[in-house]
Ligand binder design. Structure first.
Ligand code: ADP
Ligand code: MG
Length: 266
C-alpha cells in the first residue's frame, strides 16, 4: 500500500550530469521501474531531445502527441502529456526532437527557469515520485529541472574522467540553490558501469567516496550487457531479465533511496 508523502505531493528528483553516456537515462528508467515495483506511483519526465527514456520504455515517436516540449515551451499542463508504460505504476511524459530548439526559443520568455516546475504542479498529487531525465548539458533545460526538483541524483561512470566536470556540476547546483530553489539538495551519487576486473573502477569509486562521503550510495551499478540490451526491446532491464546483475543492482538502489527518503520525511 502506498503511503503518500506528508504533504501529499510527489518528491521530485532530477537525474543530472552534464556528461553524456554516464547512465542518466538507464538510471531513470530502471530506478523508476524498481520504485514502481515497490508500489510507488512513479512518473518519468524525459527532457532530453534524444528521447532515449521514451524509446527505452517502448513509446514510439508517433505516439508522443504531447511532449515535454509542449510543457516547457508551450505551457501545456504536465497532466495532459502523461502516458502509461507497460510497467504497472510507471507513467512517462515523452520528449522528441522539438526540444532541441527549446533553449533558444525560451530566451525571451518570462519565468523561463520555472516552466517545468509550473507545469508539473498539475501532476504533483498524482504520483509519489517524479524522476526527471536531464540532457547532457547544463543549459536552460537542466536548469528547469534543477528549479523544479527537491533533490538531484548524480550518476557517475566509473572511468578516468568521471570527476572532471563534477565540481562544475556541484557549483551549478549551489548557484541554483541560492538564486532559484532554496530547498535544493543532492539526494545522492550513484556509481554506474562499474567493472570489477578493472582496477581503475575501484580507484574512481574510492576517490568519489572520499569526496562525497555518505552521499555516495552503497549500491554500485555493475557494467552488465543485459542493461544495455534492454532498451532495444523497449523495456527496462527489470522486465527484460529480472535476475541479471544489473536488475538486482537497481532494485537494491531503489530500496536504498526509498530508505533515505523515509529518513528525510520522518
Ligand atoms: P546518459 O543518459 O547519461 O547519456 P545512458 O543511460 O544512455 O547515459 O547510458 C549510455 C550507454 O551506456 C547506453 O548505451 C546504455 O545502454 C549503456 N549503459 C548504461 N548503464 C549500463 C550498465 N550498467 N551496463 C552496461 N551498459 C550500460
Ligand atoms: Mg540520456
Amino acid at each position: 500500500i502506498t503511503k503518500p508523502n506528508k504533504d501529499g505531493k510527489a518528491r521530485i528528483l532530477a537525474i543530472a550530469n552534464q556528461k553524456g553516456g554516464v547512465g542518466k537515462t538507464t538510471t531513470a528508467v530502471n530506478l523508476a521501474t524498481a520504485m514502481a515495483a515497490c508500489d510507488k506511483r512513479v512518473l518519468i519526465v524525459d527532457i532530453d531531445a534524444q528521447g532515449n527514456a521514451s524509446t527505452g520504455l517502448g513509446i514510439p515517436s508517433p505516439d508522443r502527441t504531447v511532449t515535454s516540449y509542449d510543457m516547457i515551451v508551450g505551457r501545456t499542463q504536465a497532466i495532459d502529456g502523461v502516458v502509461k508504460t507497460n510497467v504497472p505504476n510507471l507513467s512517462l511524459i515523452p520528449s522528441d526532437m522539438d526540444l532541441s530548439g527549446a533553449e533558444i526559443e525560451l530566451i525571451d520568455y518570462d519565468r523561463r527557469e520555472y516552466r517545468l516546475k509550473d507545469s508539473l504542479k498539475s501532476v504533483e498529487k498524482e504520483f509519489d515520485f517524479i524522476l526527471i531525465d536531464c540532457p547532457p548539458a547544463l543549459g536552460l533545460l537542466t536548469l528547469n529541472a534543477l528549479c523544479a526538483c527537491d533533490a538531484v541524483l548524480v550518476p557517475l561512470q566509473c572511468e578516468f574522467y568521471a570527476l572532471e566536470g563534477l565540481s562544475h556540476l556541484i557549483r551549478t547546483i549551489e548557484r541554483v540553490k541560492r538564486a532559484f530553489n532554496p530547498k535544493l539538495d543532492i539526494q545522492g551519487v550513484v556509481l554506474t558501469m562499474y567493472d570489477k576486473r578493472n582496477n581503475l573502477s575501484d580507484m574512481v569509486a574510492s576517490d568519489v567516496r572520499e569526496y562525497f562521503g555518505d552521499k555516495v550510495y552503497e549500491t554500485v551499478i555493475p557494467r552488465n550487457v543485459r542493461v544495455s540490451e534492454a532498451p532495444s526491446h523497449g523495456k527496462p532491464v527489470l522486465l527484460y531479465d529480472v535476475n541479471c546483475r544489473g536488475s538486482r543492482a537497481y532494485i537494491h538502489l531503489a530500496s536504498e533511496i526509498l530508505k533515505r527518503e523515509r529518513r528525510l520525511s520522518a
